[in-house]
Write a protein that binds this ligand. Structure first.
Ligand code: NAI
Length: 334
């Protein structure tokens, strides 16, 4: 089997470690690293020495680099764009990153319209709708193939929950679905659905629960502040991004079944989701069963605790605005 993965924004803080992680996946036979800065060629030369199958090449804008990186790609991962600095929200990144994602999506529609596309660039709540609008205009939109990567919220949920209950080394044990979006209050970790269940000493203590959910929702700020102007989460994001991509690869190309990961996907015609959350949104993060076609099935959000139901209301309000902002960025002539 041959499998080409293209990574756009490959010279960045996320891109470099994510490229390294992708390189060590034995299923990948070709790894195309694209960035607008020339150092990407050095990053590719460096990573290419790892003795795994993926033939690794670096491309910049010169010599039709984007075209060569994308042609034949079956999976495209996008961590291109500027990260946050202290005091900024993900939405503050919109003005720069919206245009970057638009241009990259246009190139994907042209050179690899059937690829699975995983968007990491923030604000994910708006950049995924932007990519969808570009694909719709190009006639290549397949809602089963477009993913907003929210896995870092899932990863943080298990780590931070394990810490909150005084079992920090237990982090890998806890699987916690995260629904909604990928920004502040739109991030809704469903702690009541953790497998295995979290203890009543946490679930029954409103103050502790509130503090933990807030920490998960704003966990990115801890990193932004600690890096003090030098960027946002890169290493944990590379881990989370790689985790999602390898799960997608295993379901889409390696025949693995029962692969479920939360992701921010197209939900416009999902009547059962709309009745669960009480509103019809074009995009929402839900646990997704992955398969050869990409999205095989959206799984229900499931039963929410009273507190989670109140948080859902706040999430819905902010999400619909972020989705409209992305859609009108493409639809409204400048
Ligand atoms: P960075 O600034 O270190 O790297 C971004 C890279 O993108 C740079 O190498 C830059 O040259 C490149 N780039 C800019 N325009 C480009 C274009 N048109 N085509 C290709 N490459 C281009 O930033 P970092 O820390 O890697 O973050 C990247 C993005 O990921 C940011 O938008 C950040 O907010 C987002 N992010 C998303 C997370 C998530 O959970 N989805 C978590 C953390 C960050």
């Amino acid at each position: 089997m041959s499998l080409k993965v293209a990574l756009l924004g490959a010279a960045g803080g996320i891109g470099q470690p994510l490229g390294l992680l992708l390189k060590q996946n034995p299923a990948i036979t070709e790894l195309a690293l694209f960035d607008v800065v020339p150092v990407v060629k050095g990053v590719a030369a460096d990573i290419s020495h790892v003795n795994s199958p993926a033939v690794t090449t670096g491309y910049t804008k010169d010599d039709d680099g984007l075209k060569h990186a994308l042609t034949g790609a079956q999976v495209v991962v996008i961590p291109a764009g500027v990260p946050r600095k202290p005091g900024m929200t993900r939405d503050d990144l919109f003005n720069i990153n919206a245009g970057i994602v638009r241009d990259l999506a246009q190139a994907i529609a042209e050179f690899c319209p059937k690829a699975f596309v995983c968007v990491i660039s923030n604000p994910v709540n708006s950049t995924v709708p932007i990519a969808a609008e570009v694909f719709k205009a190009a006639g290549t939109f397949d809602p089963k193939r477009l993913f907003g990567v929210t896995t870092l919220d899932v990863v943080r949920s298990s780590t931070m929950s394990a810490q909150a209950i005084g079992d920090p080394t237990g982090a890998p044990k806890y699987t916690i679905p995260v629904v909604g979006g990928h920004s502040g209050v739109t991030i809704l970790p469903l702690l009541s659905q953790s497998k295995p269940a979290l203890p009543e000493s946490l679930l029954g203590d409103n103050e502790k629960l509130k503090a933990l959910i807030h920490r998960i929702q704003f966990g990115g700020d801890e990193v932004v502040e600690a890096k003090a102007g030098a960027g946002s989460a890169t290493l944990s994001m590379a881990y989370a991004g790689y985790y999602f991509v390898q799960r997608l690869i295993s379901a889409a190309f390696e025949g693995k079944t029962g692969v479920v990961e939360p992701s921010y996907v197209y939900t416009k015609d999902e009547a059962s989701l709309a009745s669960e959350i009480g509103e019809s949104l074009d995009f929402f993060s839900v646990p997704v069963e992955l398969g050869p076609e990409g999205v095989k099935k959206l799984l229900p959000v499931g039963k929410l605790s009273e507190y989670e139901a109140s948080l859902l209301k706040a999430a819905l309000g902010e999400l619909s605005g972020s989705i409209s902002k992305g859609v009108s960025f493409i639809q409204t002539p400048k």
